[in-house]
Design a protein around this ligand. Structure first.
Ligand code: SF4
Length: 916
């Protein structure tokens, strides 16, 4: 098996990885492929997966031409291959030549694409919709006006809504047809079709590849790698992203947050619809068409021809990332968000963020068809947690107050003219929101406003006012268990209540205050009124889940010296298997790829417990670098012999913090270039920094290397990293304080921006210091709910009532209860908690080695990392390290002198090797 699309001569581990992936695609089902960062994983994925699709399509084509044609792997790399694949040498000249040849093979090349009949019906062809809107408009105008309604308020009056069965709420079917745009969930789905109506279904490509990753920069990186291969010009590839990433309407963009951009865009689509309705009405009444107001719709979507031009233009350029698509959209003057969406059906490869693929509503709204597709999920560590968190729902007390007051005002205004159906549902909504607000009210705490000290402590520990409760218990405790939430949600969706109520509220507010509302309709802290309604709908939807699928977190309002701290209700989804089974059932193959994916057993139990272990394929390849380029050491003592124990109870010891400082003073003296020190939290980093400053240690370190600290704000990270790099590169040596530095130290935080997505190749990270074991806070109620749930997995009554001896079902998040939960866990729950810690460690330390000539030392500073490797238990933290680190770990040293000698020798050796 050869992978001639690979642009260089692959290393043996890259060939192994590509073969494993190819084999996985032959088998179908679920595979987990682990390859350390810096080993060319992305390029290997591209070349193997696209090769497989190419081969498979060729085989299918041959089958059609000759029913007796063999389809086994023997054909791969045979004489049947087109010349371009066999003779491929990646240089510009033959790329151009090969492009001409391969037009008749495999994927749709760009020339072919150019000639392809443009079959996408434009985005604006709304004949059917207009007809429908027209009917709705006529219905509305024929509705008898009620005496009490001023003409100007008529637009906010709800259409009649009747249930077949009177009495029990929502007991019957709605007689009213769904109409208008409604809010249905926090995903993008609302009104998605507004932008894409009228698109004609293109034939789906067989074995379409969906590649998803976490961040947009990772997706851009993927496109960069794709461009290095011959496939770049041979396939139809499209990159999807959020409106916020794609939007080119400056007025909308300046709203800032994704939620606001989404809402405004959808609102514009809605306005466009309205204007189209009025346009048709004008035509009927006066026999001529009036011009639609210039303000209708988004100007970037007005000319459908431009969308076609966008598709044609982008198809000329091979693989494009989001920035490229935005550039083209801007130059043409048409929306790249809707432009790229319209290219999905014809694509061979769709590159998109996690959320868009893993969330069902996003998939539906984007029209993604996963049937027989190949799904590659990159950076799949913590996939189970990421996946289920997409189904969480949260509503704050201020959002509840906003929704409640809007509904109340609306009801007061229209109660006498609303039909019984509308009245009953609206009253039910008021009952619900009032009940939610009451449960967040914390009278005891609010009456205690003078006890600042106690309150600040409460605010600091955050979780002490949080409780968790099962869905049914929650509904019973609020006395709302008799409400049919499914019918209520149906009503909200069909009646267009959200827009009517919020629209009326905004109008009243603007009239009363004489204020011109901004486009977002009066934004509070958590966004607009629409966002608040959206949050309520999400919460109600969550409450329709099975009792055991998740838990409710109640975080009550509380007072602090600085003011009232708002509470919130949060639904935390606990099970991911149902969500993931929908994807696995549809797709031909699902590949989870990543640098560190162990332990796979936990992933299997949480995401696909129905799969027998032998049907889950796992492959792990070693690292590309030679053993002498990595030196991981468990450091249990500092230079003066003080032992390191950074567990929660002892980490504040000043003696130990100082010992850590002495260790760093020693390191900066001989470790070249950059040292990255990871702490478990911003708070602890701050504590250590202040102690070092006080004791003069900071000054001693700064005589050798400049110190940088990870900022809390993500937007400042880039600047800090730039300065850190410049200092290491020698660009700013001696310029800051007259001291000639021999590099820099970066104090970073596990789980922060730096530990997740930043690479510390070469001088950026010659030594990574991990301080302690960064266990997550046991006071986190959500986390402990997950621990309990995971502990119950595999038990006969899984998810119902975890067999844990905590006693009561109300858990209030205090550390002692949390520790007793952890102690009660026999296996899975405890292991999950420990895995979270080691996954975070692996993420942080795995970013130091990025290519074959790179080298770095990794210091795991805590006596809990040290062990006698022959007696090490299965659950020992170092057993959860990636294989390529674990195999080279110096797990025990007699004293710090030995650590120093090993490091000295390591850097001397590698420096020499670098110079050769
Ligand atoms: S249609 Fe496109 S450009 Fe216009 S507001 Fe929406 S995302 Fe922005």
């Amino acid at each position: 098996m050869e992978f001639r699309g690979f642009p260089y001569t692959p290393y043996s581990i890259q060939i192994d990885f590509m073969k494993a992936l190819y084999h996985s695609l032959n088998q179908g089902g679920v595979s987990i492929l682990e390859s350390p960062t810096g080993t060319g994983k992305t390029l290997s994925i591209i070349c193997s997966a696209l090769q497989w699709v190419y081969d498979r399509r060729q085989q299918d084509k041959s089958k059609v031409q000759s029913p007796h044609h063999s389809t086994d792997d023997a054909h791969i790399g045979s004489d049947d291959e087109p010349d371009w694949l066999r003779n491929f040498v990646p240089n510009k000249d033959n790329l151009t030549q090969e492009k001409k040849i391969n037009k008749k093979f495999g994927f749709g090349g760009c020339d072919r694409r150019r000639n392809r009949k443009e079959s996408c019906k434009d985005l604006f062809s709304r004949d059917l919709e207009e007809e429908d809107c027209n009917k709705r408009g006529e219905n509305k105008s024929s509705r008898k006006k009620n005496d009490g309604v001023e003409l100007s308020d008529d637009e906010f009056l709800l259409d009649e809504y009747e249930s077949e069965e009177e009495g029990a709420l929502g007991g019957g079917k709605s007689k009213r047809k769904a109409g208008g745009v409604s809010i249905s969930s926090s995903s993008d789905e609302e009104g998605e079709k507004d932008g894409s109506d009228g698109e004609e279904e293109e034939e789906e490509k067989a074995f379409k590849i969906y590649f998803c990753s976490r961040t947009h920069s990772q997706l851009s990186q993927f496109i960069k790698e794709l461009r290095k291969t011959l496939f770049s010009n041979e396939i139809n590839v499209v990159c999807l992203g959020s409106r916020k990433n794609f939007c080119i309407n400056e007025e909308v963009l300046k709203l800032g947050s994704s939620v606001r951009v989404n809402e405004r865009c959808l609102e514009l689509q809605k306005n466009k619809k309205k204007n189209e309705v009025s346009k048709i009405k004008n035509f009927s009444a006066e026999g001529r068409i009036r011009r639609t107001k210039a303000s209708s719709g988004c100007p970037m979507l007005r000319k459908h021809k431009l969308q076609k031009e966008f598709r044609t233009e982008t198809s000329q350029h091979g693989a494009l990332d989001i920035e490229d698509l935005v550039r083209i959209g801007r130059s043409i003057g048409t929306c790249p968000y809707y432009g790229s969406r319209s290219m999905v059906p014809a694509a061979d490869l769709v590159v998109l963020p996690y959320q868009s693929l893993l969330s069902k509503s996003s998939r539906e709204s984007l029209g993604l068809n996963l049937k027989n597709s190949i799904i590659v999920i990159d950076e799949a560590h913590n996939l189970a947690d990421s996946l289920i968190s997409m189904y969480d729902a949260k509503i704050t007390s201020s959002q509840l107050e906003s929704v409640h007051s809007h509904i109340e005002k609306y009801f007061t205004r229209f109660r006498n003219i609303l039909g019984p159906g509308n009245r009953r549902y609206i009253q039910t909504l008021m009952v619900l929101t009032r009940a939610f607000l009451q449960t967040l009210d914390n009278k005891k705490d609010l009456s205690n406003v003078n006890n600042c000290q106690a309150e600040e402590i409460a605010a600091d520990t955050k979780a002490v006012c949080d409780t968790s409760i099962a869905i049914n218990d929650f509904l019973f405790s609020l006395n709302i268990d008799n409400i049919n939430l499914v019918k209520l949600l149906q009503y909200i969706k069909e009646s267009n209540l959200v827009h009517k109520v919020s629209g009326y509220g905004e109008k009243v507010a603007s009239l009363q205050e004489g204020l011109a509302l901004d486009h977002n309709g009066g934004c509070g802290e958590e966004g607009s009124t629409l966002s608040s309604f959206r949050a309520l709908v999400d919460m109600l939807t969550s409450l329709t889940n099975n009792d055991g699928d998740g838990r409710m977190i109640i975080s009550k309002m509380r007072s602090t010296c600085s003011g009232l701290l708002g509470g919130f209700l949060k639904y935390v989804m606990l099970t991911g298997e149902k969500i993931f089974s929908e994807i696995v059932d549809e797709a031909h193959a699902v590949i989870l790829a990543g640098g560190t994916l162990q332990p796979i057993e936990e992933t299997r139990e949480r995401l696909f417990p129905w799969l027998p272990p032998n049907q889950l394929h796992f492959f792990s390849c070693s690292h590309i670098v030679p053993p002498e380029s990595i030196l991981p050491i468990a450091v249990s003592r500092g230079p003066s012999g003080q032992s390191f124990d950074f567990s929660y109870n002892s980490r504040s010891s000043l003696v130990m913090v100082e010992e850590l400082g002495l260790l760093l003073c020693n390191l900066v003296a001989f470790v070249p270039e950059g040292i990255v020190v990871f702490f478990s939290s911003f708070e602890y980093e701050g504590q250590v920094y202040d102690a070092w400053k006080k004791s003069g240690i900071l000054e001693r370190i700064m005589r050798k290397k400049r110190i940088f600290r990870e900022p809390r704000s993500n937007s400042d990270v880039e600047l800090i990293l730039k300065e850190y790099k410049e200092t290491i590169d020698g660009l700013s040596r001696g310029t800051k304080d007259g001291v000639r530095h021999n590099g820099a130290v970066l104090l970073a935080v596990v789980g922060g921006k730096i530990s997740e997505g930043i690479n510390f190749s070469d001088g950026m990270g010659r030594c990574i210091v991990m301080v302690g074991l960064p266990y997550p806070s046991p006071s986190d109620v959500e986390l402990m709910e997950r621990v309990k749930y995971i502990e119950s997995l595999g038990e006969p009554n899984c998810g119902k009532r975890p067999e844990i001896s905590v006693g009561e079902h109300y858990y209030n998040g205090d550390a002692q209860t949390a520790f007793s939960i952890l102690r009660s866990c026999k296996r899975r729950g405890k292991e999950y908690y420990e895995n979270l810690c080691m996954k975070a460690v692996n993420q942080s330390i795995g970013r130091a080695i990025r290519h074959i000539n790179d080298y770095a030392a990794i210091l795991l500073v805590d006596m809990r990392y040290a062990s006698d490797s022959s007696k090490r238990s299965f659950s020992h933290p170092t057993n959860k390290l990636p294989l390529w680190i674990k195999d080279r770990l110096v797990s025990a040293t007699n004293n710090y002198g030995e650590v120093h000698r090993l490091l000295h020798h390591f850097f001397k050796y590698n420096k020499k090797r670098e110079c050769q």
